[in-house]
Design a protein around this ligand. Structure first.
Ligand SMILES: [Zn+2]
Length: 314
């Protein structure tokens, strides 16, 4: 088995690489997404970067896997409507790449792609049931059930980041009050501390989730309260996943989880306290293990999931 070409399309950058059958990145390139230059321009850049990566990786590719931000149709391979990819809606990325390279191409939402990567080559390796939770500026969740990506009606990607934790919480763009994403992201931490810090609090300028974690480590009391609140809401959401699905593993990743040591004890304690009717001890809560290239590696795994479902090692 040869390697697979991988494309990770995000709001700010597009990464392209060649990933071997053990999940190792052999070569990678990236460029700004520059969505306003249009889809055709981005397609040309993706093709050029992939050709270059194949040359530098010194390995031919069997196919191409894509993980893309926003709604995508995994069956038609068409990009959906997304505010920060203006004019890309309806673009047949899978067909265009298949024609350009003469290879089989598959695309999934980037949260699902990352879940497939962790399930195949990362913290959930050899586990049949897994939930992958990315906590950053948003909360994304991909579910693997019986080794396959869980899909909703018509192939739709469930938005578990928008399940409601506290219906008296802040209004979210999804229409609900107090969904997980409105309470437990990095920006949600910063917003809460900005509104609840004492009037003379000196750290309000440019406050971010990362900065709050740094301040909490230095013993800053308001920042510590923000971290405790974050840990509690992360814990409630993770406990809900355990109660609803009892997966073998819940993998936590994303920028907020770079400070996971501040949150993990509370998350695990909340699972113990909330999940009394399910065998919660069977669910391992683990950290993502594929590092900064996790989305790219996941994109490669999208191809394996679609076209080599028994896995590259069997
Ligand atoms: Zn929401």
């Amino acid at each position: 088995m040869a390697a697979v070409g991988a494309i990770d399309i995000g709001g700010t950058k597009i990464a392209v690489g060649v990933v071997d059958e053990s999940g190792r990145v052999l070569a990678r390139r990236e460029c700004p997404t520059d969505a306003s230059r249009g889809y055709e321009d981005a397609l040309a850049r993706m093709c050029a970067m992939l050709r270059d990566a194949v040359q530098r990786g010194k390995q031919s590719i069997d196919g191409i896997g894509i993980g893309s931000t926003g709604p995508v149709d995994p069956f038609t391979g068409v990009i959906g409507k997304l505010d920060f990819l203006p004019g890309w809606e309806g673009s047949p990325l899978v067909d265009d790449l298949a024609r350009e390279f003469g290879l089989a191409v598959a695309m999934e939402n980037d949260g699902d792609a990352a879940a497939l990567g962790e399930a195949g080559w990362g913290a959930g390796r050899d586990k049949a049931n897994l939930a992958y939770v990315t906590v950053g500026t948003g909360i994304g969740v991909g579910i693997i059930a019986d080794g396959k990506l869980y899909r909703g009606a018509g192939g739709a990607h469930p938005e578990i980041g928008h399940h409601v934790i506290d219906c008296t919480g802040p209004l979210c763009s999804c229409g609900a009050h107090g969904c997980w994403e409105s309470l437990a992201t990095g920006p949600a931490m910063a917003q809460w501390l900005s509104s609840n810090a004492p009037p003379d609090y000196p750290h309000l300028d440019g406050l971010t989730g990362k900065r709050i974690c740094e301040l909490a480590r230095q013993g800053d009391a308001p920042a510590r309260r923000a971290v405790e609140r974050e840990a509690r809401y992360l814990g409630i959401g993770v406990a809900n996943l355990v109660t609803l699905f009892i997966p073998d593993t819940i993998v936590l990743g994303g920028s907020v989880m770079h400070s996971a040591d501040l949150f993990l004890d509370t998350i695990r304690d909340t699972v113990r306290r909330h999940c009394g009717y399910v065998p919660f001890e069977k669910t391992v809560v683990a950290l993502a293990s594929l590092g900064p290239d996790a989305n790219l590696i996941g994109a490669a795994r999208v191809w394996h999931h679609r076209f080599a479902p028994d896995g590259p090692r069997k």
